[in-house]
Design a protein around this ligand. Structure first.
Ligand code: SF4
Length: 387
């Protein structure tokens, strides 16, 4: 659903999410919510109407951030650092309607280093190419030192842009696109109402790369459930083998209660994989990647093995070793690791050997009676809190 845009400027806006890799980026909202909004597993924009913000409103956001960035930089100390005290002093003189922009500007200046910008929300490429080019040019005129401008895009939308349009966006400064492939298996994509096929994913990914932009593809381990786990792993790898994206990022399935998938799960129409089954699926997925030079990243808190990363093909053996190490553990140790990781006590498999951290996870298992038999239900509840 797309709504009519309010003609009046509503003030500086920030959308609800960004990719984990954009934690240090300035977020500039170009569109609101998601024009598709039907994926069964996705809770983010349900019930919220999609709209494209007028170019002039986005420009006003950029100009506001620019003015606030200049004020913050003018308050920098001799080493060029903007201290929190300076931010607080500026905030006192900033009208309430500009404080979100000031927070964004401060985070970008003091933490992010002002190198990257992420265009929100779920599918900025839905906007007219000429409008996006105007926004990109304005961003770069205001902040000439920006090194990277990125955006989410639906594959369906990217595939419908002409090669020239994608080249125009790249030339205007859009140098990385994040696409949520989630799965390359048509059966999984259809069940999840992703609204795109493997063929469209491959076409979109190739077009983005051919236009000279970096490409991040997101894969969701577990999305096929038990029945489609193997086909999900093999066909996702098959799609990626034909694209060779710059990044393959993993984000394990979780099923929050406010998603249509939760109803399917509760009704017994979706048979969820356990953590151990998901790790086996990831192993098959990595083994099925062939002929790609992508960087694999596991940079999401929902992933069990957070340190699973490296460049293909050379780091494939190390990735197997990590996955096999978990799979070879006793069910009791696997349970302790699953709980410790999701409680935040463990960042990596090595942390299992850390006596204090291990004690935190073991105590939790004892206190709440968590065993290899019931750990799945406990984890479902914990993981819902991360979404
Ligand atoms: S396209 Fe992306 S943002 Fe939109 S519903 Fe699907 S997963 Fe969510």
């Amino acid at each position: 659903m797309t709504t009519a845009m309010p003609s009046e400027y509503q003030g500086f806006e920030q959308g609800p999410i960004r990719p984990p890799s954009e934690a240090y980026s300035l977020l500039i909202r170009v569109t609101r919510n998601c024009p598709w909004n039907r994926c069964l597993f996705c809770p983010v924009y349900k019930g919220a109407a999609f709209s494209v913000r007028p170019v002039d409103h986005v420009r006003r956001d950029i100009d506001l951030v620019h003015r606030l960035v200049e004020a913050l930089r003018a308050s920098a100390d001799g080493a060029g650092h903007v201290r929190h005290a300076a931010y607080v002093a500026i905030a006192r003189g900033t009208p309430p309607e500009e404080r979100d922009a000031l927070r964004a500007a401060y985070h970008w200046v003091a933490v992010g280093g002002m190198r990257s910008v992420f265009l929100q929300d779920a599918n900025s490429l839905f906007a007219r190419t000429g409008d996006l080019v105007a926004i990109l040019e304005h961003l770069r005129a205001r902040f000439p030192a920006i090194e990277r401008i990125t955006s989410y895009a639906r594959a369906h939308t990217a595939a419908r842009k002409s090669d020239q349009e994608l080249r125009d966006l790249a030339a205007a400064g859009l140098n990385r696109v994040h696409i949520g492939m989630e799965s390359g298996a048509d059966a999984v994509l259809a069940f999840m109402k992703k609204g795109v096929t493997q063929a469209e994913h491959v076409a979109a990914g190739r077009k983005v790369k051919a236009a000279g932009m970096e490409l991040s593809e997101y894969i969701m381990p577990g999305l096929g459930g038990r029945p489609l786990s193997e086909v999900h792993a093999r066909e996702s790898a098959d799609a990626l083998n034909r694209i060779n994206p710059d990044f393959i990022r993993l984000r394990t399935l979780a099923i929050p209660a406010n998603t249509p998938l939760y109803e399917e799960y509760e009704a017994g129409r979706f048979d969820k994989c356990t953590d151990v089954e998901t790790v086996r699926e990831i192993r098959l997925f990595i083994a099925s990647l062939d002929g790609v030079s992508s960087v694999v990243a596991s940079d999401h808190i929902l992933n069990l093995i957070g340190e699973l990363e490296g460049r293909l093909p050379e780091d494939q053996p190390a990735m197997f070793a990590l996955l096999d190490r978990f799979l070879a553990m006793s069910p009791e140790d696997q349970t302790v690791f699953q709980i410790g990781r999701r409680m935040g006590a463990f960042a990596s498999l090595d942390d299992l050997e850390h006596p204090d951290r291990r004690a935190i996870a073991e105590n939790a298992c004892r206190q709440y009676g968590i065993t290899p038999e019931n750990v799945g239900g406990v984890l479902d509840a914990i993981m819902r809190q991360f979404i």
